[in-house]
Design a protein around this ligand. Structure first.
Ligand code: EPZ
Length: 428
C-alpha cells in the first residue's frame, strides 16, 4: 500500500510561499561536523527524509544528534565507528560526503556505495581520484569504498567533471590535510559556497568561494564545531517560481536569493512570465500565452538540472515547440510518462526532449520515480483540469518540507491519501 497526493487542479495560485532551508547544503553541513570535535548547531535545516537519513548515518558512527526548536545539535566528540553500512549509506547519494571528512580526521573510512535518485549512473571517480591525490589509498569494489590515509597532504587537483558532492568532499578532506590544496574546475553551486562559509567559521582557510578555482590551506588538525544557519533551498524556490509562471496570479516566493536564479528567471521571462524581484522575494505572474523556449541544463551557473522536470511542465503548455537538452544526467526525463498521461505532447530522443505545447493538461493517476520528477507532476497536477493522483509521495518527502501546507496556503486543493492499492489505476 502506498501514499498519494490528490490535487483538484485548474485553478490559479496566489499568495506567499516561504522557502525552507536547503536540503543539499544541509547534508554537506551535517557531514562537515565530522571535521570537528564537539557540539555543532545547524539552524534552519528542513526535517525531510534525506536529512533524517544523514542523521542516522552520523548516529551510527557515534555522533549524538538532537533536533530542538528547528535546530540540529550534532555532537561528534566520540565517533565509535568509521564504517557506514549499505542499509544506511544506500539510502541517499549524500552518504558519500562522509568519506572525505572521516578519512581526513581518522585516517580511515569504509562506506557502502551511496544511493540516490535513479537519474543516471552517478559515478564517484572524482571523489576517489581526488582523495588518492591527497594521499589516501582507496579500494573500490562493487559494494563499498574503503580508504586509508596516515596523513593527507596538500596537492593540486583538476576535476574532469565539476562534480558537486565531489567538490564538497575534497574541500572537506583538504581542510585537514597538511599543506595547500588547489582544486581546479571545481563545481560552483551555491550549496558549495554555503559549505565553504561554514568551514571558514570552523577555522578553515579557503579562498575562491563561488569560483572554479579553490585554494584550501590545510593545517593538519581538526576544525572547531560551528553554529550556522543553512541557506534557503534554491531548488524548492525554483520549483515554486516555475509554478508561479504556470498558474501564478500572483505568487510571491520568499527566501529566494535571486542571484542564484539568473538562468531560471531569464527563461521564465523568455516564456512571458511577469517577474518582479524585491530583495529575497520574487513575485511571479503567469502569462496567458506562454511562448516556447529551449533549455539546456548544465553545471552552475547554467540552467539547473534539478529544475528541468518542472520546466518541462511549463513548456508543455507553451504555444509552440520547445526543446530541452538534459546535459547533466543520462536518465532524467522520467516525468514525461506522467505528463503524457495528462495529455502533454513530448518526444524524447536520447538527451533531447521535444515538447509541442498544448492548451491545457488533464488530471490523471500518475507515479513519480525520483524527487524532482515527482515534484514536476505535482506542479502539472495544479495546472491540469480535474483531479490527479500522484503516487511516490515518499520522493516528495525526501526534499520538500511541508509541501501540502505551503501549497494549500496559496489556494491549491491538495490532500494526502494513504493506503492506495498501488496495483490499481484510478479512473479520473
Ligand atoms: C548533486 O548531486 C545534487 N545532490 C543533485 O541533486 C544535483 O542534481 C547534482 O549535484 C548536480 O547539480 C546533492 O547535492 C546531494 P554530481 P551529485 O556529482 O553531487 C557526473 C536533487 O534532486 N559525475 O555533480 O551526485 C555525473 O555523472 C539531487 O536534489 C562524474 O562524471 O552530482 C553527473 O553527470 C539530484 N563523475 C554530473 O557529474 C563523478 O565522480 C553531476 O553529478 C561524479 C559525477
Amino acid at each position: 500500500m502506498t501514499g498519494a497526493i490528490v490535487i483538484q487542479g485548474g485553478y490559479d495560485v496566489a499568495g506567499d510561499i516561504h522557502v525552507s532551508g536547503s536540503k543539499n547544503a544541509g547534508l554537506a553541513l551535517m557531514a562537515a561536523t565530522v571535521l570537528a570535535c564537539g557540539n555543532s548547531t545547524l539552524q534552519g535545516v528542513p526535517p525531510v527524509s534525506d536529512i533524517h537519513n544523514m542523521a542516522r548515518n552520523l548516529q551510527y558512527l557515534g555522533a549524538s544528534i538532537k533536533r530542538l526548536d528547528g535546530n540540529l545539535h550534532i555532537d561528534t566528540t566520540r565517533l565509535i565507528s568509521l564504517h557506514v553500512p549499505d542499509r544506511l549509506a544506500g539510502r541517499l547519494r549524500a552518504s558519500i560526503l562522509l568519506l572525505g571528512p572521516l578519512v581526513a580526521r581518522y585516517g580511515y573510512a569504509k562506506l557502502s556505495l551511496p544511493g540516490g535518485c535513479t537519474i543516471g549512473d552517478r559515478p564517484i571517480e572524482e571523489h576517489v581520484r581526488g582523495l588518492e591525490a591527497l594521499g589516501a589509498r582507496v579500494k573500490l569494489t562493487n559494494d563499498y569504498l574503503e580508504a586509508h590515509a596516515t596523513q593527507l597532504h596538500g596537492t593540486s587537483l583538476h576535476l574532469q567533471t565539476p562534480s558537486v558532492t565531489g567538490t564538497m568532499n575534497l574541500i572537506m578532506a583538504a581542510c585537514l590535510a597538511h599543506g595547500t590544496t588547489h582544486i581546479h574546475n571545481a563545481a560552483r553551486e551555491p550549496d558549495i559556497v554555503d559549505l565553504i562559509l561554514c568551514l571558514i567559521k570552523m577555522g578553515a582557510q579557503i579562498q575562491g568561494a563561488g569560483s572554479d578555482h579553490l585554494i584550501i590551506f590545510g593545517h593538519g588538525r581538526p576544525l572547531s564545531p560551528y553554529q550556522y544557519k543553512v541557506m534557503e533551498d534554491r531548488i524548492e524556490a525554483g520549483t515554486f517560481l516555475i509554478l508561479g509562471a504556470i498558474s501564478g496570479n500572483s505568487l510571491t516566493v520568499h527566501g529566494c536569493q535571486t542571484e542564484y536564479h539568473t538562468a531560471l528567471i531569464t527563461k521564465l521571462r523568455a516564456v512571458g512570465a511577469i517577474i518582479d524581484v524585491s530583495g529575497n522575494s520574487v513575485t511571479v505572474c503567469k502569462t496567458k500565452k506562454p511562448s516556447p523556449t529551449d533549455i539546456q541544463t548544465g553545471p552552475y551557473p547554467g540552467f539547473p538540472t534539478d529544475l528541468q522536470p518542472q520546466m518541462m511542465v511549463l513548456l508543455s503548455l507553451a504555444q509552440g515547440i520547445s526543446e530541452i537538452t538534459e546535459a547533466v544526467y543520462e536518465n532524467r526525463f522520467s516525468q514525461a510518462v506522467g505528463l503524457r498521461a495528462m495529455g502533454a505532447n513530448i518526444e524524447i530522443c536520447g538527451q533531447i526532449a521535444t515538447i509541442s505545447g498544448i492548451p491545457s493538461l488533464s488530471g490523471a493517476d500518475v507515479s513519480g520515480s525520483d524527487l524532482r520528477a515527482t515534484a514536476s507532476l505535482v506542479v502539472a497536477a495544479i495546472a491540469a483540469r480535474g483531479t490527479s493522483f500522484i503516487r511516490g509521495v515518499e520522493y516528495i518527502d525526501r526534499g520538500y518540507h511541508d509541501m501540502e501546507r505551503k501549497l494549500q496556503n496559496v489556494g491549491v486543493k491538495i490532500t494526502r491519501v494513504h493506503g492506495l492499492d498501488s496495483t490499481k489505476k484510478i479512473e479520473i
